[in-house]
Design a protein around this ligand. Structure first.
Ligand code: ZN
Length: 316
């Protein structure tokens, strides 16, 4: 008889410490979020794991080997560093990036092995292209996880990107990959200003509210169901919050909770594994981001446990 397992979530201290305190990026959101989840009454539904580093081979399955090597050698040009942001860089940006990417690969493997949900308390770095980084993203962990899923035998994968910014890097990497569906719901007048073409893009006007956003989410889920993936990667950025300084949408915490429930209802109906990645969140105060991301991981853990109990019951 198997015992229901809690949802695996990756966390590494370098998620915060690998960034300079002087960088214009709210690096403290990582430990704050971990502490917030640990304080939650349902925190026992989450099993933390410490991610390993991704290997150069895993990363070059998606990225140009020259770019990967120059990053690992701390040899990117100032222009390339500027395009990524997160400056000033400290040497720990390299192990941070490798642990972050490794955490996403391991979370994918947990989701697959347990046929449920698993996550990483970082990642969702959807602006990274094959040959360069951008917008706080160095390597595209979503794309790397999708390729790993194909190696594991999954034939159809959906990347559902509900971050307020378009998943341009992922769309570009998978342009000619019909078995990987890319969907992006985002704010039209926002970064990246030169958009790429996902399989489905739903651009929203600035200041769109919960009602408009949830309608767009439903539309995205219709396309996902129609595609019929055997695995879903959910980039669940919460930077659509009204208080987010980079978002330009007008969403409430409750609206984002409703969004997550719609997504998880759809994934539960399909009975497929789901990798949950946190994506963006730059609210002032940062606690708004932390609360919205805590909601996300707790809801995913509830869904995971529910599925585990059902499957355990079925094997009795
Ligand atoms: Zn974002």
């Amino acid at each position: 008889m198997s015992v229901p397992l809690p949802m695996s979530v990756g966390y590494h201290p370098l998620y915060c410490d690998g960034l300079s305190p002087d960088a214009r990026f709210p690096r403290e959101r990582y430990p704050k979020l971990k502490a917030r989840i640990e304080k939650h009454p349902d925190s026992s539904q989450v099993a933390w794991f410490t991610p390993r580093q991704a290997t150069a081979d895993e990363i070059t399955d998606v990225h140009d080997s020259d770019y990967v090597q120059r990053f690992l050698d701390a040899n990117l040009t100032p222009k390339e560093q500027r395009q990524i942001g997160l400056r000033p860089w400290n040497p720990d940006i390299i192990p941070r990036t490798l642990h972050l990417t490794g955490g996403t690969i391991q979370a994918l493997e947990f989701a697959v092995a347990q046929h449920g949900y698993a996550g990483n308390l970082a990642g969702g770095t959807h602006h990274a292209y094959r040959e360069h980084g951008a917008g706080y993203c160095i390597f595209n962990d979503i794309a790397i996880a999708a390729i790993r899923a194909i190696e594991l035998g999954f034939e159809r994968i959906t990347v559902l990107d509900l971050d307020v910014h378009q998943g341009d890097g992922t769309a570009s990497i998978f342009t000619d990959t019909p078995n990987i569906q890319t969907i992006s719901v985002h704010c039209q007048k926002n970064y990246p200003f030169r958009k790429q073409q996902s399989d489905l893009d739903i651009p929203l006007k600035a200041e769109s509210n919960d009602t408009i956003y949830l309608e767009a989410t439903k539309q995205a889920l219709v396309a996902l169901e129609h595609f019929g993936p055997s695995l879903v990667i959910y980039q669940a950025g919460v930077d659509g919050l009204t208080s987010d300084r980079l978002g330009k949408l007008n969403l409430s915490r409750e609206g984002l909770q409703a969004r997550n429930r719609l997504v998880f209802d759809c994934i539960d109906a399909l009975k497929v594994p789901c990798l949950v990645l946190m994506g963006g969140g730059y609210a002032v105060p940062i606690e708004d981001t932390v609360e919205a991301l805590c909601d996300l991981f707790i809801e995913a853990s509830i869904r995971h446990l529910h599925r585990q109990r059902k499957e355990t019951h079925a094997t009795l």
